[in-house]
Structure formats: structure tokens, C-alpha cells
Design a protein around this ligand. Structure first.
Ligand SMILES: Cc1ncc(COP(=O)(O)O)c(C=O)c1O
Length: 386
């Protein structure tokens, strides 16, 4: 059973990856292995690829249906959330948006008070630009990189909200740390947020990629969150179709949904017809392929552990509980930006400073590739930092 499942994931050859992944591979010099941007070196799930190919064949290249809330993607997402997370979502509370980056921005602009927002750092790099774009002052909530776990500092969150911050941007599962907040951690966050009457925007794009041993608890599935939170979700990261543009904003009540629906269309950069097709196919028919992907990523994280022990024994990583993005502490090797010698040694990883401006000694490593490539990646990293 396990090997049947594993065979659902097909590795792209270098040539195929370079042709398909025009950013990750196309923007990296030949001879260097790209392990940076969050894309996977696997063939897109056949159920999604075939649905998109059939839609292209039918000429579905015009505008998408303008379902501002509900619609076929919303129905498919509600089914997915029930099966995968045991969460009940009302399809009438699910709206479409172009992508998760846009969805988070729209939620901040439409729903948040004009007061500072709290951004836990390290943070996914485009999130650092949200303050500038939305006009909200951005206050950092630093995570203790020398601590044993990745839980947010609730006392500091409490202080920031007491000083006037009104929104928390939560990313769970976390990029770049790979942390999955436990139910108890989320309840702690909720209690501090509700104490101050603040709001949560929860970026849950990596939720389908929670690995064995962890469980994704949608923030909105907690009691007492419906009136102050939205989640921004997408099938694009897990199913490898971020270029198609269709993410979803999940709301918890009619009032929040209505405020978002009432925003002028010009404000909510539109989603794409092929993105709608891909999201429906992924959510409704992608479970078997997704199970196989999770199994493969579980194997990749075990392989990473043994490769780091062999080639970079001084490296520290956090438990990779979700996603295929490993946050690696290379401070012991004495480089401010280890990504530079690593790139000179033939591997492109993302500098840690992209997620925490000024941070020295960290990189983010993408492990969604073949076991052979991952082996060569870590071997080259070890040689580069030796
Ligand atoms: C936490 C997080 N949010 C958002 C995105 C980007 O999503 P989208 O392509 O839908 O804007 C990513 C991409 O890796 C991410 O890791």
C-alpha cells in the first residue's frame, strides 16, 4: 500500500523542472540546484493537471464566475476542511481572492482597525511589506531562536496589544519554521486576543501539508473566534499551482463575510478561471495524491535529519512538523550569510535575513525534491561551509 501510494508522486527530471518551474529553476544558474522558493520538484497532481488541461481544451479562458461568497470552490473547500481537519465550514462564509498574499492584504485593509498590527518574526518575506502597503504600522513579535520550541511569547503579545496593536497576523503552519501550533497554543493566543478585543488574520496556506505527528487546528475552529478572525487558505501550495491564482478567505460569521463581499471588486484583485478549476479539483478529488505527497515529505524530512548529521553536524533545525521548508541554524559555521558560500558551492537556498531582516547565520532550505537531489544539496552545503 505504502509503495503504491509513493508512486503517485513523480519526480521531475532537471530538464522537466527547468521547463516547468520558471522561477525556481529558470531563475537559478545551470549547475546550481535550486532549493529556495516554495515550489516542489514534483509533477502536478494528475487530477489537477487533467482538470486544468480539459478546461483549456474547452476554452475556459475567460472571466471566472463572480462568486463573491459561496460557489463551487467554497463547497469543495468545506468538504476538504471536514475530511482533513474535522472542521465544519459554512460554504456561504468562504470568499474567493486572487492568492493568499492578496487575501491577507485585503483582510487587513477591510477588517482591521487603523492601528498597528503584530507580525511574529521570522515571517514569510512578503509579509514584511504588508505594513507599507496597508498603511498599518507593523510591530514585530520575535520568536526565541535559542528556545526549545516555537510557541509565541504570549506575554509580549499581551504587551503589544495593551500598547494599542489591534491585529495579529498568524501564520500556521509556519513558514519558515515549519511549526504547527497546538490547540493549547492557539487557545492561549485566542485568550490574549479576545482580552484586548483585537483581530486575527490567520494565513493557513500550509495547512494541507501537516506531516505525521502534528495536527492542523484551524484558528476559526476554536470556540470564540468567529467574530474576530479570518483564515486565508489555498490549494495552490500543496498542489503546486500558485501561478493559477485562486485562494480563499474563510470567515466565521455573516457580518465579516458581508464586509468583505461589500468591498469593491477593484480592491480584491480578481482570481482566475483556471485557478477555480484547479482549486475545485484539488479540494474535491486530491486526497489520495495529497496523502502520497505527505508520505514523501515525511521521508524527505527523515532523510534531511540524517544528511545534516553526516554533513553539517553543527546545524540546528526545528522539528519540521509541516511543509517542506526547513529553517536551519548555521550560526556555528561562522558566516553572516551562509546562503552566499552555499550558492557559490552549487545550491541556492534563501538567506534567513529574508524572514527576519538583519538576522545572521540562518537559511531556509526547500526539501521538496528527489532523495537524490536532497542528498547532493546537503553534501554541497556541507562542503561549502567546511
Ligand atoms: C505563509 C505563506 N503565505 C503566503 C504565501 C504565498 O501564497 P500565494 O502564492 O497564494 O500568494 C506563501 C508562499 O510560500 C507562504 O509560505
Amino acid at each position: 500500500m505504502s509503495s503504491d501510494r509513493a508512486s503517485l508522486i513523480r519526480d521531475l527530471s532537471d530538464e522537466e523542472a527547468r521547463a516547468a518551474l520558471v522561477l525556481k529553476w529558470g531563475d537559478t544558474e545551470p549547475g546550481t540546484i535550486p532549493a529556495w522558493v516554495a515550489e516542489m520538484d514534483y509533477e502536478v497532481a494528475p487530477v489537477v493537471r487533467e482538470a486544468v488541461a480539459a478546461a483549456v481544451e474547452r476554452g475556459v479562458l475567460g472571466y471566472p464566475p463572480l462568486d463573491r461568497a459561496g460557489g463551487t470552490v467554497a463547497e469543495a473547500y468545506a468538504g476538504f476542511a471536514q475530511r482533513r481537519y474535522g472542521a465544519t465550514v459554512d460554504p456561504a462564509h468562504v470568499l474567493l481572492t486572487a492568492d493568499v498574499t492578496v487575501g491577507v492584504r485585503v483582510a487587513l485593509e477591510v477588517l482591521s482597525e487603523r492601528a498597528p498590527m503584530v507580525l511574529p518574526v521570522p515571517a514569510y518575506d512578503p509579509q514584511h511589506g504588508l505594513g507599507k502597503v496597508t498603511g498599518l504600522e507593523q510591530w514585530s513579535l520575535p520568536v526565541d531562536l535559542d528556545g526549545d520550541d516555537y510557541a509565541l511569547d504570549l506575554d509580549e503579545l499581551d504587551r503589544l496589544l495593551a500598547r494599542g496593536a489591534r491585529t495579529l497576523l498568524l501564520t500556521q503552519p509556519h513558514n519558515p519554521a515549519g511549526h504547527v501550533h497546538t490547540r493549547a497554543e492557539l487557545e492561549g493566543i485566542r485568550d490574549v486576543v479576545t482580552k484586548h478585543g483585537a483581530r486575527v488574520v490567520s494565513d493557513e496556506i500550509h495547512a494541507p501539508l501537516v506531516l505525521p505527528g502534528a495536527e492542523h487546528v484551524p484558528y476559526l475552529s476554536l470556540e470564540g473566534t468567529a467574530d474576530h478572525a479570518v483564515a486565508v487558505v489555498s490549494s495552490s501550495k500543496a498542489f503546486g499551482v500558485p501561478g493559477l491564482k485562486c485562494a480563499q478567505i474563510v470567515t466565521g460569521d455573516d457580518a465579516t463575510r458581508d464586509r468583505l463581499v461589500d468591498t469593491p471588486l477593484a480592491h480584491n484583485d480578481s482570481w482566475g478561471s483556471l485557478g477555480v478549476v484547479a482549486a475545485e479539483a484539488a479540494y474535491a478529488h486530491g486526497d489520495a495524491w495529497l496523502d502520497a505527497l505527505v508520505e514523501r515529505l515525511d521521508q524527505q524530512r527523515s532523510l534531511l535529519r540524517s544528511l545534516l548529521a553526516e554533513h553539517l553536524p553543527e546545524a540546528r533545525t526545528w522539528p519540521l512538523e509541516a511543509t517542506y521548508l526547513a529553517w536551519v541554524d548555521l550560526r556555528a559555521y561562522g558566516h553572516d550569510d551562509p546562503a552566499a558560500p552555499i550558492r557559490a558551492g552549487g545550491v541556492r537556498v534563501t538567506p534567513g535575513a529574508a524572514y527576519w531582516p538583519g538576522l545572521a547565520g540562518f537559511v531556509r532550505l526547500n526539501i521538496a525534491t528527489s532523495p537524490e537531489r536532497l542528498t547532493e544539496i546537503v553534501r554541497r552545503m556541507g562542503a561549502a561551509l567546511d
